[in-house]
Design a protein around this ligand. Sequence first.
Ligand SMILES: Nc1ncnc2c1ncn2[C@@H]1O[C@H](COP(=O)(O)OP(=O)(O)O)[C@@H](O)[C@H]1O
Ligand SMILES: [Mg+2]
Length: 331
Amino acid sequence: MIYKKSLLVIYERSLKEKISKKLKDYYPDRKLSIRDMTLVKNVRAMVLRFDLFEDNHKANEIYVKILEKGAKEQVLELKNLNEYKDLLLMPRIIDFFEDFNAVVMEGVKGGTLSKALVFYTLPIVGNFYEVRLLDYARKIGRGLGLLHKFTERRKLRIGDMNLGMITGVKVSPYIRTLLGVDLFNNILNRIEEIEDEKASFVQVHRDPTPHNILVKRDEVHLVDFAFKRGASFEDTLAFSIGLELMENRLPFFSKSLLEEMKHLFFNYYEEFFHHPFEEDFWSFLKLLRCLQQLIVYNQRKTSLKNYILESIDKKYLLDRIWELSLKLNLR
Ligand SMILES: Nc1ncnc2c1ncn2[C@@H]1O[C@H](COP(=O)(O)OP(=O)(O)O)[C@@H](O)[C@H]1O
Ligand SMILES: [Mg+2]
């Protein structure tokens, strides 16, 4: 959603006022005030950052994100899990503004895992940082496993979950043209089959890919929670394929490190939540996730800088799609 400038100013002003008034409730023992406000992002969703000062020192940051309608219940469910926030790797959720559909969160520190992967895998730093990367993978596996465990209520027919990775592919003329009608129809038939299967319907992060994971020394946090319910496999797919895309992109990110990270991620995930997939079923889900990623890249208006990286990804995704569809006898 792109916001008009005038609307933006009104939003910013009223959010600032609202938060200023409530700072005392959020932090009863402290004398905080808002010093600066920054529009962090205004592409898919609006994200604002408020810098909080105490005695002339910057003390804290608060992030406010405007969500799609209908997120309230999910935000409150995660807010109730604040005491586990360190294990869930989530920023503390402070408030939800119903009139704005906005979640108010504490800021977490760190740079993206994508950037960390660039530097930590350089030959010049040796394998000192491998230990740290492996620890991130463990923590993320545990965090997502716990998120799913804490929020699972029932199983649901996959076809009734309205999953973007399925609904998007089904109606995409781009994918249809790209794959050719035969392969596309075979994929549609296979989708119909899996739609009758049941899967865990949990609160998902939705996009735990390296650009939504913030790391600092041994700390790791997930940002950009979807506050939506979905299929548990959406998160495990997003993490593993997100990491594979990075391995493909980075010349010094070795296959063995990638495999070890994924191995630890799944091991720790499975300590808390089941991941019972037959190989073919999992391969087909991977195929769908790759198709969904291709659609995302195709819709994005790219700058030249991004274009270069995204072209590499597109080629990789296409290769994966051919490989998986062959393995699954879809072509
Ligand atoms: N709680 C938070 N703490 C620190 N940084 C955050 C927080 N929430 C968002 N951010 C920063 O804002 C950026 C955009 O927020 P995000 O929720 O990822 O929006 P989008 O859906 O547009 O990707 C993130 O990449 C991150 O840098
Ligand atoms: Mg993001």
